[in-house]
Write a protein that binds this ligand. Structure first.
Ligand SMILES: *[C@@H]1O[C@H](CO)[C@@H](O)[C@H](O)[C@H]1NC(C)=O
Ligand SMILES: *[C@@H]1O[C@H](CO)[C@@H](O)[C@H](O)[C@H]1NC(C)=O
Ligand SMILES: *[C@@H]1O[C@H](CO)[C@@H](O)[C@H](O)[C@H]1NC(C)=O
Ligand SMILES: *[C@@H]1O[C@H](CO)[C@@H](O)[C@H](O)[C@H]1NC(C)=O
Ligand SMILES: *[C@@H]1O[C@H](CO)[C@@H](O)[C@H](O)[C@H]1NC(C)=O
Ligand SMILES: *[C@@H]1O[C@H](CO)[C@@H](O)[C@H](O)[C@H]1NC(C)=O
Ligand SMILES: *[C@@H]1O[C@H](CO)[C@@H](O)[C@H](O)[C@H]1NC(C)=O
Ligand SMILES: *[C@@H]1O[C@H](CO)[C@@H](O)[C@H](O)[C@H]1NC(C)=O
Ligand SMILES: *[C@@H]1O[C@H](CO)[C@@H](O)[C@H](O)[C@H]1NC(C)=O
Ligand SMILES: *[C@@H]1O[C@H](CO)[C@@H](O)[C@H](O)[C@H]1NC(C)=O
Length: 369
């Protein structure tokens, strides 16, 4: 502390201390590196965080972009994996043909080489129950509200609980296509795991050896972003943040058949923002509300597109229409809407501001000596 400028007034000393405190996260540990592929053929530009705070996620994504340039010189498409996040940058464009396969988004598949209790044996009762569950889900994929849950077996080690949920704007046939595809794709992508959750743009399929119906889960989540920055983050977060609060309120006002809402707003004179919020319809309004609030609080407004998936709800915002316009879900809630408060302090503009502010202080101090 001997290096402090002399005769610092109390207020300045306070600001200085706050600045030092705020610098602590800047001198943070790099994310834990796992692997890199400098010739990635995964056809999406995507970044993902799983189960970490928004700050850790954002820092990891920033770090990854710098790190990838060092590890993969020559700007090749890469896929870099840390414990905290995964970032892929690909020059291969994603398939855009409509009406073919659903667009795979993410799978929560335990690493079965690390877990023995989480896996089932070939030809086991669990495997048979699972096959039967997937076939029931598939044949009920024409459920008119795009949601279905089912259980096969009741005895503890072999009972399998499963469900699917389609994005709320899909037609019955689009939903059926996604669920049918998912029910075979999921076991190929994640063989032998007892608990799996797979997300496509169009639907979610999930199964587990534990009951998963109407159970609120807040410990696991996934954040997926399009890693390109938006042009005006402040305006984007204001406009999309308002859309998010709005549609969250409308989604939770839906009944036990569907809890879904979409909304648009003007970002620039020519550009709209598009938001979507959806809960598992078997969730209580209270749980749907808290799940959506949780999701919105993790939303990263810096990027051109972001999705936050929890096991029971998800939100997504983009600069292009990614759902069928005009299928807006639940109508605006009547007389006294249960408006959620603004998103808890996910102030994504905070970081650059603070850093800049502290840089000014450091210069100030350096210049005094
Ligand atoms: C990258 O992968 C493609 C297709 O698999 C292959 O043709 C190419 O040679 C690879 N490039 C490098 C630098 O390994
Ligand atoms: C990722 O790829 C895009 C083009 O596909 C490029 O503009 C961008 O700079 C890349 N990002 C990084 C961090 O390399
Ligand atoms: C699973 O864990 C093993 C052992 O740590 C590791 O070698 C392997 O790469 C992991 N697999 C995946 C898909 O992460
Ligand atoms: C489900 O599997 C997990 C292991 O992944 C185990 O810890 C849990 O006890 C199982 N639950 C039931 C009801 O068997
Ligand atoms: C599973 O059953 C099939 C036919 O019922 C058999 O061919 C196969 O060897 C069995 N696999 C194991 C690991 O027992
Ligand atoms: C769904 O399809 C099955 C046959 O595949 C049919 O028996 C059932 O009535 C259909 N349900 C609805 C709601 O259309
Ligand atoms: C579906 O979930 C509800 C709870 O939301 C549960 O009461 C019901 O038993 C489940 N149905 C099946 C077939 O498992
Ligand atoms: C995105 O924004 C962050 C922080 O605002 C900045 O550090 C980064 O360089 C930007 N990336 C691109 C590709 O513009
Ligand atoms: C965007 O602005 C135009 C006029 O500037 C207006 O007609 C339109 O309704 C607005 N759209 C939304 C979604 O607010
Ligand atoms: C974010 O921080 C800025 C500057 O501190 C403040 O003006 C703005 O109101 C904050 N936004 C939110 C959503 O908290």
């Amino acid at each position: 502390m001997a290096n402090l400028p002399h005769k610092m007034p109390g207020k300045a000393l306070f600001v200085y201390s706050m600045c030092l405190l705020s610098l602590i996260p800047i001198i943070k540990a790099a994310p834990t590196f796992r692997s890199i592929d400098c010739n990635s053929t995964v056809p999406t530009d995507q970044a993902l965080c799983s189960g970490v705070t928004t700050d850790v996620c954002r820092d990891c994504l920033d770090y990854a972009k710098r790190d990838a340039v060092v590890r993969c010189p020559g700007s090749k498409p890469f896929s870099i994996v840390y414990d905290e996040c995964t970032v892929r940058n690909s020059t291969v464009s994603a398939p855009t043909i409509e009406g073919v396969d659903p667009t795979f988004s993410w799978i929560n598949c335990p690493n079965i080489t690390l877990t023995t209790t989480g896996t089932y044996a070939p030809n086991s009762t669990y495997e048979k129950n699972l096959a039967s569950l997937l076939s029931v889900l598939s044949s009920n994929s024409n459920a008119s509200n795009g949601f279905y849950n089912h259980t096969v077996g009741t005895s503890t080690p072999d009972g399998v609980y499963g469900l699917f949920l389609c994005r709320g704007d899909l037609t019955v046939s689009a939903c059926r296509d996604c669920v049918t595809y998912a029910s075979t794709d999921v076991v190929q992508q994640c063989p032998r795991a007892k608990q799996v959750m797979i997300w496509y743009d169009e639907c979610i399929l999930r199964y587990s050896n534990d009951s998963i119906f109407a159970v609120q889960e807040t410990r696991e989540w996934v954040i997926l972003v399009n890693p390109q920055n938006v042009t005006d983050e402040t305006r984007y977060s204001e406009v999309l943040g308002e859309v998010m609060n709005n549609i969250a309120a409308r989604a939770l006002s839906g009944d036990s058949r569907k809890k879904f809402a979409t909304g648009e707003a003007n970002f620039t004179s020519t550009q709209l923002v598009y938001g979507l919020a959806q809960c598992m319809p078997d969730l209580s309004n209270f749980d749907c509300d808290s799940c959506l609030r949780n999701s919105i609080s993790k939303f990263l407004y810096r990027y051109r597109g972001c999705r936050v998936y929890f096991p029971n709800c998800f939100v997504r915002g983009e600069l292009y229409p990614f759902y069928n316009l005009g299928v807006g879900g639940a109508p605006p809630p009547s007389p006294s809407p249960v408006l959620p408060p603004p998103p808890p302090s996910t102030n994504s503009t905070r970081w650059p501001g603070k850093t800049f502010f502290c840089k000014a202080w450091i210069w100030d101090i350096i210049l005094k000596f």
